[in-house]
Design a protein around this ligand. Sequence first.
Ligand code: HSE
Length: 293
Amino acid sequence: TSVKVKVPATSANLGPGFDVLGMALDIYNTVEMSVEPSGTMMVESIGEGSRFLAKNGSKMLVDAVQKVFDTASFDPGGLRIRQHNRIPLFRGMGSSAAAIAGGMVAANLLLPNPLTAEELLMLAAKMEGHPDNVAPALFGGFVIASQNGDDVRYTRIEPPPSLKVVVAVPAFTLPTKKSRTVIPARVPLKDAVFNMGRVGLLVSALAAGDLEMLRHAMEDRLHQQYRMPLIPGLDEVFAAACNAGALASTLSGAGPAVISFVTENSEAVGEMMRRAFGRHGIDCRIIETAVGR
Ligand code: HSE
C-alpha cells in the first residue's frame, strides 16, 4: 500500500501569540509513502529546497517518520518516500513543521492510524520545540496551542472566509534557531500583560469575524522588536502594507517572511511590501494566498 498526505504551510505567532498561535496557509507540500520491499530507505524530494534536502537526507521528515514507527513498535524494513515541496525553506513559513507533521501523518496512515491526533501533536511539538506551527500544520485553520512539557492542549477556530493572506518572502533565509537567540529570557511584566491582552483580542476577533480589530489585536511586544535587526526594513514593510490597505501585518513565525491580512487590495499590498523590502536591497517573492485547511 501507498499513502499520500498533504500538509499546509503555517504562519506562527500572528503577532502577539509567540509560541502559542498559528494559522495554516493555502500552500501545501505532499508526502507519499510506501513500504519498500528491497529493505532500503529511499527519499526523493522535488520542488522547494530539494537540493538542500537531498544533501541533508530530509533528516527532519525521516526522524518524524521514525518517531511514529518507534511509538507504534513497527519496523517497516524499507521505506520509499516522495515529497513535493511548495513551502519555502527557512523563511518562517513552517517548512520544518510541515516536514514533521507530513512525515508523522503519512507514517501513521500507513500503519494505519495507531496514534490519535493528540498523540501526533504531542510528538510533533516535542520534536519542533514549540507547538505553534505543527498544530495548524496538523489541523488546518487557526489554532491556539499551549504546551507544558510534553503536554499540549489546543483549540481550533475557523477564521472568517473573507480573510486573505499576502506573504512577502525575502530571498534570504533565517534559521529559527538564530532568530530565537535574540529574544531575551526575561521580559518586562507590562510587556507580558500587553501580549496577553492582545492574544485575547485576536482570538475573539477571529472567532467573531471582527476583522477591524486585527490592527490592534496583532500588536506584539515579546519578539518582533528584538528580531527587527535581523530583517532589514521590517517596520517599513509593515507601514507600506498598512498604507496599501492591509488589516494588519506581522513577521511570519521567526521570519524573515512577512504576512499581511487583507480582505481586498491583495495585489497592491503585495507590491508595496515588495517595494519596501526592495528599498533595503532585499528581493522578495509575493504569494497571495488564503487560510489553509
Ligand atoms: N514561535 C516560533 C518562533 C515560530 O517565533 O520562534 C517559529 O517558526
